[in-house]
Design a protein around this ligand. Sequence first.
Ligand SMILES: Nc1nc2c(c(=O)[nH]1)N[C@H]1C(S)=C(S)[C@@H](COP(=O)(O)O)O[C@H]1N2
Ligand SMILES: [Mo]
Length: 229
Amino acid sequence: MVTVAAHQAGDPNPPRLPPGQIAGATLRRFGLPQFAPVLPQSPTYPVITVTGAVTRPTQIPLDSLIDPDQRRGQRSDLHCVTTWSVRDLYWDGVPFRTVHEVLAARVGIARAARWVTVIGLDGYRACIRLDDALADDVLLADHLAGAPLGAEHGAPLRLVAPAHYGYKSVKHVCAIEYRRDYDPGSAHWAAHPRGRVAREERSRYLPGPLWRLIWRAVLPKVRRLYDQR
Ligand SMILES: Nc1nc2c(c(=O)[nH]1)N[C@H]1C(S)=C(S)[C@@H](COP(=O)(O)O)O[C@H]1N2
Ligand SMILES: [Mo]
């Protein structure tokens, strides 16, 4: 559990939360129900598999993908589709865009690639639109709150995409798959292709404010699954 500075009660300018979100003080391990019992062990020598719409699929040691000169810290919020948020998390890592540029030279990414599926060691997959992944605030993080990322929050590497619901921020990253088409991933219909928090793109088929009610009702059950281990 990571404790963050609580915002002062009576703060004249409390930072605004996106529509339908409620802020909590601590980040607790969370995710899809089926992944609650799976806690990946970070490999001694992590490698990232790069595959899909590329001409030279390969595996790259994580150390050689994280260029120390490109490291950056970032303070950002995490918004879960089930309506909880945690503000002001301090991540450290390299921008996804920087890694993408290195990969473009090494693996030859197809010009038609418009999406990227990020895969975790637990088998979790989430797909993000490539131009969304290339935004300034999208990080591949290996540190949280100044310490190396622990197993709870996604060691060895985690995607941080603050403008998108938490289900896009894949933990335990072990593979990056470039794609021509959208891949619903582990959350299937419960994921939205874009998943932009500001537009409340929570899930497919129904409007965001309606999904709020549904996900709020589901939240306590999923919390229990994650808290009991
Ligand atoms: N590998 C993996 N990444 C994942 C998930 C998961 O189940 N497995 N759940 C996602 C969801 S729905 C959320 S809200 C966040 C939760 O991050 P936390 O466990 O650090 O709180 O992780 C995301 N990334
Ligand atoms: Mo989530």
